[in-house]
Design a protein around this ligand. Structure first.
Ligand SMILES: [Zn+2]
Length: 251
């Protein structure tokens, strides 16, 4: 039964990932509710249902439009596959539990933000505002001990990023600050500090790799949202283990 549900969550994740691509790309352009069907951005041919299957269509078409052979962005299947893996991994870790609800919500938020921050260098307010009340409700039902952890986490997230924005003048923006505040609610005060620490490590490592492989240059503007998201997911899944490991190793 376990494996059955892991597969089910994988399939659901790929479908949701496909939807989150659309959300992340359209919400910043205020075109989310336009009813136009998906089409190829180059030849503008409307896509059939079999060209819109998550992951599968991209693989079968070897990453090209069937009509004009234009290269399809690898971001789409990457997002679909990542969401699928994260959904099934969340079920694997938590089973049918309130923690699973939080894991799926956090995964969804992160995936949408990664799409829109990579594409537009923007973390849309609308997305944060949709998730805010839902995340608060789930945290009230399933609080982190002690009871004030989420409140203090949100305050730390807000203040920490505010200071960095004022000191660094650019690099991080108001969107990152709001995201950090939201994540403070989800992860609590220990979690948000770990997320901050991990996001700077991930950011540094990945930026160096991108510079070395000449994918970006020194002047490239780099969205920070994806690193924050990767760090927050790492903290959500493995935070306690990382903190315990750190304490037992160094103290
Ligand atoms: Zn085309």
């Amino acid at each position: 039964m376990e494996l059955y549900y892991i597969v089910v969550f994988f399939i659901f994740g790929s479908v949701f990932g496909s939807f989150y691509n659309v959300v992340g790309l359209r919400v910043p352009q205020n075109s989310f509710f336009q009813s136009d069907r998906s089409y190829c951005p180059r030849c503008e041919k409307t896509l059939h249902w079999y060209e819109l299957l998550p992951i599968i269509s991209y693989v079968i078409q070897t990453g090209k439009c069937r009509n004009c052979k234009n290269r399809i962005s690898p971001l789409y299947p990457t997002i679909e596959l990542s969401t699928a893996i994260l959904f099934s991994f969340s079920y694997y870790l938590y089973g049918f539990d309130i923690d699973l609800v939080m894991a799926l919500l956090l995964t969804s938020l992160c995936v949408i933000i990664i799409v829109s921050d990579i594409t537009y260098m923007l973390i849309p307010n609308k997305i944060l505002l949709v998730f805010l009340p839902i995340l608060i409700i789930v945290r009230i039902i399933d609080p982190i001990e002690p009871w004030w952890s989420s409140l203090v986490g949100a305050a730390i997230g807000f203040i920490l990023l505010m200071v960095i924005i004022l000191v660094s003048k650019g690099g991080m923006g108001a969107g990152d600050m709001k995201l950090f505040t939201l994540l403070g609610i989800v992860l609590g005060y220990k979690g948000i500090l770990l997320t901050f620490f991990l996001s700077t490590i991930f950011g540094t490592i990945i930026t160096i790799l991108l510079l070395l492989t000449k994918r970006i240059n020194r002047k490239s503007a780099i969205p920070f949202g994806p690193y924050i998201c990767l760090a927050s997911l790492t903290t959500f899944y493995f935070g306690n283990e990382i903190i315990n490991w750190y304490i037992t190793s160094f103290f």
